[in-house]
Design a protein around this ligand. Structure first.
Ligand code: KG4
Ligand code: ZN
Length: 332
């Protein structure tokens, strides 16, 4: 089954063509980072307008790249939520029109479920059951997965998402938006022990997170070192990254052990973090646990992961209807 995936929940317009839920024939992502960068964060109204401009060329680009004629596409999968309503509506309405025009079925897909399914696009997907850390700009959660669409929430952040903390710390240091990748790069040049920041483990046996304390500690350091913090930037980045990574790596490995899972997955934009990838792989190997992290292009928002979920839903006979609408808030 050939599925066209469409994603427009935030500031990326994406389309992909995927065969049988795992073989990516084409994946195109048009990022709006250059526009939102100026404002230090995503401006919803601008995002919607940019999606409107990008959606047709992005979908046409993905179909052309896949080598599959448009009339051979069997179904459409599109992100329904959570996300920015104006942005979601662009992809969602386009998908309705495309499916109607081609006379093929379509389904709305949850963005979190799509991130969680991104591991199945890799050559060595994890067997069930496994635990998954979903770590992005909007979410930081741990799930126990027992099926492609069966994710049981074990814990989540009580305040900021990890990616959000990265973006806010980057802003404090004047490094622009989005900040995750910049801090990741800078951290590699700094000493993680020079400026030691708190590790908010909360209850070590639970899977809840809190990142606002680390962020506040960085702000306090900047305020108390107004003349030197610029030259200490790499050490601040390294100290911040070490604190975040320590907590994330500890909790996901602990979750695997406590839930009797020999496999774990890390997905979402922050799964691209080099420090996190290295720490989780190293610590999990010591504990005899296999690690599954998607390639960098499948960590951030993309439409291949949307098509992967859509395949399972369409194959099970599920269909969305013209009366269905987008949603902004997290459902599970
Ligand atoms: O999954 P994603 O593209 O969008 C959401 O669903 O939120 O995640 C975006 C987040 C941003 O906060 C960005 O700063 C962060 O992922 N990010 C990173 C890295 N690359 C992206 N954070 C840390 N290290 C990275 N290398
Ligand atoms: Zn995302």
């Amino acid at each position: 089954m050939i599925v066209l995936g469409i994603e427009s929940s935030c500031d990326e317009t994406a389309a992909a063509v995927v065969r049988d839920g795992h073989e990516v024939l084409a994946s195109v992502v048009a990022s709006q980072v250059d526009i939102h960068h100026i404002y230090g964060g995503v401006v919803p109204e601008l995002a919607s307008r940019k999606h409107i401009e990008a959606i047709v060329p992005v979908v046409n680009g993905a179909i052309a790249q896949s080598g599959i004629p448009a009339d051979r596409i069997d179904g459409v999968a599109v992100t329904q939520g959570p996300g920015l309503v104006g942005s979601l509506l662009v992809g969602f309405s386009f998908a309705k029109g495309f499916a109607y025009g081609h006379g093929i079925p379509w389904v709305g897909v949850d963005h979190l479920e799509a991130h969680l399914n991104s591991v199945f696009l890799a050559p060595d997907p994890p067997p069930f059951p496994f635990v998954a850390l979903l770590v992005s700009g909007g979410h930081t959660s741990i799930y126990r997965a027992t099926g492609h669409r069966k994710f049981h929430l074990l814990g989540q952040t009580r305040d900021d998402a990890a990616g959000e903390a990265y973006d806010k710390v980057a802003k404090m240091l004047g490094l622009g938006y989005p900040g995750g990748v910049v801090i990741d790069r800078l951290a590699a040049e700094g000493d993680p022990e020079k400026i030691r920041l708190p590790r908010p483990f909360l209850d070590k046996d639970r899977y809840d997170f809190s990142f606002s304390g680390i962020k506040t500690a960085v702000m306090r350091y900047i305020q108390t070192h107004p003349n030197t913090f610029k030259s200490d930037q790499a050490h601040i980045a390294a100290g911040f990254q070490a604190a975040v990574v320590d907590v994330l790596a500890y909790k996901i490995i602990h979750a695997a052990q406590e839930n009797g899972c020999r496999h774990l997955a890390v997905v979402g934009g922050v799964a691209a973090n080099q420090g996190l990838r290295t720490a989780v792989s190293r610590d999990a190997a010591k504990a005899g646990i296999d690690v599954h992290i998607p390639s960098l292009d499948l960590c951030g928002d993309n439409a291949a992961m949307v098509a992967a979920v859509g395949y399972h839903r369409l194959a099970a006979g599920e269909r969305s209807t013209m009366a269905d609408d987008v949603y902004s808030r997290v459902k599970f």
